[in-house]
Design a protein around this ligand. Structure first.
Ligand SMILES: *Cc1c(COP(=O)(O)O)cnc(C)c1O
Length: 845
């Protein structure tokens, strides 16, 4: 034959015995936040390290045997390897004993490292950071998610500025996951019922320090092609596919944990996607313990926490009842509910035709929280339909402000500086805010130079990446060299990178191009902007925005002044956040639930400039950053945008640019360094995941675990009693009668401050007593937006009671002058209720 006859030959990598620890190290994502471990891998072969995008498993597969032999003989390398390996062993050894209740954590995405493509944005990064922190902080936690074949897309930009989404298949032997095996060495599988068939999913384990993250994967031979698709894309496919994914995550996730033998005290549902964990657990209690539906619900609710992340109603997943019934009808039967009763678990009123996953999560959880103070408030409004009769501010919806994982996001240069000045044990003692204040002892020049060094690094990185991207898309070489030569490591540099969802208002800066041009082109005080971010493939408006920014960046006056760097990922985020001087965020209020990228910036001395929304409401302090006011001035969004844009330009012109360029004879700006120091000393300490995980423990995990333990003790004694009591109250509630109400008429006889006015109400409680039923006066007043706001509640005291006919008394005594509204409201009372909305009976008289 005259043509080549190729046959396949596969050479497996073979790591010499002496280097075996490398293999072990590559399998635990601990390397992702350990500088020494990453440097070790880089040292093996810096080029391959870059080529594999910092993926140690892939790296070890690609390095030549020759190179391994060299390393075997390299004593310094071997010693470093042994050191890192010992460090990991010690780290894991320290975590044999863990603190607090056992938590099972569920999330649709996890952003741990770019090599494991199971995240798209903030929600995933947060969950990834949380697992790393749980490991560092010795929290007793196991996590569950999905392993996507394609994950989220890689972004490239066409020469016309169009975003192109590329989906590369992940080879699971090249990412840090391993099959999860049972005691007999068999690969663990779970099944989930779909109409007419069962979906099978096999289980993988990712090791995140001492934390195990179990990932469900449906893409293998056991399933039809259609069902294999279920775990192909994160947030891909249609709504039906989303339902299939959420069934797998919720129902399959609990089944997986049971096969693995976990018995958790608490189930943390990170966003509503995983809300079906509550249904599956209910089903198990019903079939295995003999508890009734009501009793099981007591137990499940006590042990579930729901964290909501979405500040707009439309952002909450919901499924049309017809679609939902096709998949979930069988489950209603398993719970012994009619279809209508079952649907009500995901509705706020019977008229709705969708099953809402956030409503389900809220119904199945004792604890609910938003992800910043402001978002907690907004969430009360979003979920208020579930709690008719209460004012939003009475709702038991708390908050834990998101944080970021210090070891992951802080530049090596800053870590070294922190160790030097804050002390060797600083990382373990991040919660000691006094340590952070030692930043004021650091010489100004050291701060300035650290920032400068990181900015240079960033500029080099961008130049390389940028040139590479532009060459690949055949941009004009003259344009490329123009951009590269204009990028200036000495210019004030602003970063703006995030998902291009329209509410993030990336366009705001471009409302007045003349003004922007003047800002960036001042020859004495140049400014440059670096943009990055992906738009969801279905979000046309977001993609148009990217296109617009790219178009502007090619105009002569903005060339090299406005740069868009493609494919925002964890690595790029780190480089930008560590390298720029200012991190800019301009969301539409109040749609930024928390935002975390700015928090990554502040621990690197990157000053934050943002609308007061999300975490910045709590983070902003004068002289520690810049802010746009929290209140909206205009109802019309376009006018608000106009005002905000003008404010941004003004703040740049009047404050930021002059401060940065006010350099002394040593070549740095003392005022600027002062703001950097305040950023690190006053803002950063409060936005670590260490603070965040402690808040979860204090506000939710510990109190809920305690209550849960109480409910289930002695064969669920208290859970049964509570369920029985609720049934008793519910049966009589509608029959309770109001026999008499005597209250001062405050209109004709204005109440005088300081005097007290007796009020008396008589209720016929029928078979209930005043121990079961409380009565209160709710006082409200119109707030700023015209809605009634709670002023206070005053509880009546129960006096004599004859055959259920009970007198309640109250001395009304108001200390602030003004016009108020009052209402009388009776409510069920029981010391074992965790909060009022736990038992949704309420009657306004
Ligand atoms: C931190 C981070 C996000 C989230 O940032 P926001 O402030 O919420 O916009 C998104 N993507 C990546 C790659 C990140 O590192």
């Amino acid at each position: 034959m005259e043509i080549p006859n190729w046959k396949k030959l596969f050479v497996e990598s073979n790591i010499p015995g002496k280097l075996a620890p490398l293999k072990e190290l590559s399998k635990n994502l601990w390397w992702a936040w350990n500088t020494d471990a990453r440097e070790l891998f880089e040292q093996i072969d810096p080029e391959i390290w870059e080529e594999t995008a910092h993926n140690p498993i892939d790296l070890l597969d690609k390095v030549s045997y020759q190179r391994f032999l060299e390393l075997e003989g390299d004593e310094a390398f071997i010693n470093k390897m042994k050191g890192v390996s010992k460090h990991l062993q010690q780290y894991l050894g320290d975590r044999k004993e863990l603190n607090g209740p056992h938590i099972a954590y569920f999330s649709m995405e996890y952003g741990l490292h770019d090599s494991l493509k199971i995240f798209s944005g903030g929600l995933g990064i947060l969950a990834g950071d949380y697992l790393k922190e749980a490991s560092d902080f010795k929290v007793n936690l196991v996590a569950v998610g999905l392993l996507y074949r394609y994950g989220y897309f890689k972004q490239t930009i066409s020469i016309h500025g169009d975003q192109m989404a590329n989906y590369d298949a992940q080879q699971f032997n090249k990412v840090p996951v391993q099959p999860a095996l049972d005691a007999d060495g068999k690969w663990i599988e779970v099944e989930v019922e779909y109409p007419g068939r069962n979906l099978k999913a096999r289980l993988w384990e990712a090791k995140v320090g001492s934390i195990s993250l179990y990932l469900l994967d449906a893409d293998y031979e056991a399933n039809s092609d259609e069902d294999r698709f279920v775990t192909h894309h994160l947030y891909g496919g249609d709504n039906e596919n989303r339902l299939k994914q959420e069934m797998l995550l919720g129902l399959g996730g609990i089944r997986a944990l049971r096969k693995l033998g976990f018995e958790s005290q608490l189930y943390h549902c990170n966003e509503g996607h995983a809300a079906m964990i509550g249904l599956e657990r209910m089903k198990d209690y019903l079939s295995e313990t003999g508890l009734s539906f009501a009793e099981a619900k007591e137990v499940v609710r006590a042990s579930t926490l729901f964290t909501t992340h979405t500040p707009v109603p439309a952002g909450h997943d919901s499924f049309h009842q017809d679609l939902f019934r096709g998949y979930m009808n069988f489950f209603a039967e398993k719970l012994g509910l009619t279809w209508d009763e079952f649907m009500m678990l995901g509705k706020s009123n019977p008229g709705e035709d969708h099953f809402n996953m956030s409503y389900l999560a809220a119904n199945m959880s004792q604890g609910i929280n938003g992800v910043s103070w402001l978002h907690g408030e907004v969430s009360k409004d979003i979920l208020k339909n579930l709690y008719e009769g209460f004012l939003p501010e009475e709702l038991n919806i708390g908050y834990v402000t998101n944080g970021v994982h210090y070891p992951t996001w802080t530049a090596k240069e800053w870590k070294e500086l922190h160790l030097k000045y804050f002390g060797e044990s600083f990382v373990q003692n991040q919660l000691d805010f006094d340590l952070w204040e030692k930043i004021y002892k650091v010489p100004d020049e050291e701060i300035w130079n650290t920032k400068k060094k990181l900015k240079l690094k960033m500029i080099d990185y961008i130049k390389e990446r940028f040139a590479d991207n532009w060459i690949k898309r055949h941009e004009n070489p003259k344009l490329i060299s123009e951009v590269l030569s204009r990028l200036d490591p000495n210019a004030l540099t602003i970063g703006f990178a995030r998902r291009f969802a329209t509410y993030k208002r990336a366009h705001l800066l471009f409302r007045n191009l003349d003004r922007l041009s003047k800002i960036v082109n001042n020859p004495d005080r140049p400014v440059q902007f670096i943009f990055a971010g992906k738009a969801h493939p279905a979000d046309k408006a977001g993609q148009d925005l990217i296109k617009y920014i790219i178009e502007i960046s090619k105009r002569p006056e903005f060339l090299g002044k406005i740069i868009f760097v493609q494919n925002y990922d964890i690595n790029l985020a780190k480089v930008l956040l560590q390298g720029v001087d200012i991190w800019l965020n301009t969301p539409t209020r109040p749609l930024e639930a928390s935002g975390t990228s700015g928090e990554k910036g502040v621990m690197n001395g990157t000053i934050h400039f943002s609308v007061l929304d999300g975490w910045w409401v709590e983070g902003y302090k004068e002289n520690a950053g810049w802010a746009l006011p929290m209140e909206r001035t205009y109802d019309v969004q376009d006018l608000q945008d106009e005002l905000d844009a003008e404010t941004i330009y003004n703040i740049f012109d009047d404050e930021i640019v002059p401060t940065y360029y006010d350099k002394n004879d040593k070549g740095y700006s003392e005022d600027w360094v002062a703001v950097v120091k305040n950023t690190i000393g006053q803002v950063a300490p409060n936005f670590t995941t260490t603070r965040m995980i402690r808040d979860y423990q204090d506000r939710f995990y510990n109190p809920q675990a305690k209550r849960y333990d109480g409910l289930v003790a002695e064969d669920y004694k208290l859970a049964k009693e509570l369920a029985a009591w609720k049934a008793k109250v519910a049966a009589v509630w509608a029959d309770i009668e109001v026999s008499d109400v005597q209250i001062t008429d405050g209109i004709n006889n204005a109440l005088k401050i300081g005097e007290s006015y007796p009020a008396k109400v008589v209720l016929d409680l029928k078979t209930l007593s005043s121990e079961d039923v409380g009565l209160e006066m709710v006082i409200s007043a119109p707030g700023e937006n015209g809605q009634l706001e709670l002023v206070k509640t005053l509880e009546f005291e129960a006096a004599e009671s004859v055959k259920g006919v009970t007198t309640y008394n109250l001395d009304i005594n108001l200390m602030d002058p003004g016009y108020y509204n009052y209402g009388l409201r009776m409510f069920p009372k029981n010391e074992h209720l965790p909060h009022r909305q736990d038992f949704m009976f309420l009657k306004w008289l």
